[in-house]
Design a protein around this ligand. Structure first.
Ligand code: NAD
Length: 248
């Protein structure tokens, strides 16, 4: 942790890359840990093809959403989100690239324009027909009032959360920006990601190949550990808290 604080103190263009593990301390389960989302739902059901392809696919999606979204809505930033926002405030962080969809980096005070969301954002939705924008809370109010498959009130189109579903194209602009900033990083710190979901997981590789110091903060092993300059097998909140304290 001392070494990581030193790296942040010296870096000119530090980038943090976060995954679901940065939000487990806020009570949002990750995908792959025991008890995580994949123990309870079949990811094969919740695909772009199923969502777009049939009313039954959308009904199932929203059924699962009714169970899972309230956890995201009720979650608050933890020490890791706050530490990352604090690094930015102190001028020690250029960008946060995240695979998360929970909006907690922004809730912790990181300016939205400094957060690159590779997999979208679950707190907002839009109509695929006319583009009308909705808050997720608005849509859940329709579900609570009895709607099984929300439709756009203006045009009757399919309403979809701004998350990237399995099988859906990645957001081109966010991907391009993330690649550019990963290549520009002199310090690239992965926090709470299994680094097995592609193409997001290629970002640390871009950074390392371009000469960045690569640090991985994760509770369990990742396929990139051998290539990292520093691996911290510790909780994200504890590490970020300690790093900010040492920077003081
Ligand atoms: P993942 O579930 O594959 O891996 C999470 C990793 O974090 C695991 O290796 C685990 O050991 C580690 N971890 C868990 N708690 C930790 C902690 N307190 N401190 C440090 N490490 C911790 O998640 P991923 O790599 O982000 O990839 C899976 C996909 O999951 C992403 O596409 C993301 O969109 C999606 N997802 C997001 C959320 C969210 O927004 N909070 C939640 C679940 C899944």
């Amino acid at each position: 942790m001392e070494r990581l604080a030193g790296l942040f103190a010296r870096a000119c263009h530090a980038v943090v890359f976060t995954g679901a593990g940065v939000s487990t301390e806020s009570g949002i389960p990750d995908f792959r840990s025991p008890g995580g989302v994949w123990d309870r739902y079949d990811p094969g059901e919740l695909t772009w093809q199923n969502f777009i392809g049939s009313v039954a696919g959308r009904r199932r999606y929203w059924e699962v959403g009714r169970a899972t979204y309230p956890v995201i809505r009720g979650a608050r930033p933890n020490a890791a989100h706050r530490g990352i926002a604090e690094l930015y405030r102190r001028g020690r962080l250029a960008w946060c690239i995240t695979q998360n969809i929970d909006n907690l980096h922004q809730d912790a005070g990181l300016p939205p324009e400094r957060v690159i969301e590779l997999h979208g954002n679950a707190t907002r939705a839009r109509c695929l027909g006319c583009g009308a924008a909705f808050s997720r809370d608005e849509i859940h109010a329709w579900l609570d009032a009895g709607a099984e498959v929300p439709q756009c009130p203006a045009c009757g189109g399919i309403v979809k959360p701004l998350t990237v579903l399995f099988g859906e194209a990645m957001p081109a602009e966010a991907m391009a920006l993330a690649e550019r900033e990963s290549c520009a990083a002199d310090l690239f710190v992965v926090v709470g990601s299994s680094l097995v979901v592609y193409p997001a997981a290629s970002m640390p590789l871009h950074a390392k190949r371009a000469g960045a110091t690569l640090v991985i903060v994760n509770l369990t092993e990742t396929p990139f550990d051998a290539r990292a300059d520093l691996v911290l097998r510790a909780r994200a909140g504890e590490v970020l808290d300690a790093v900010v304290t040492r920077l003081e």
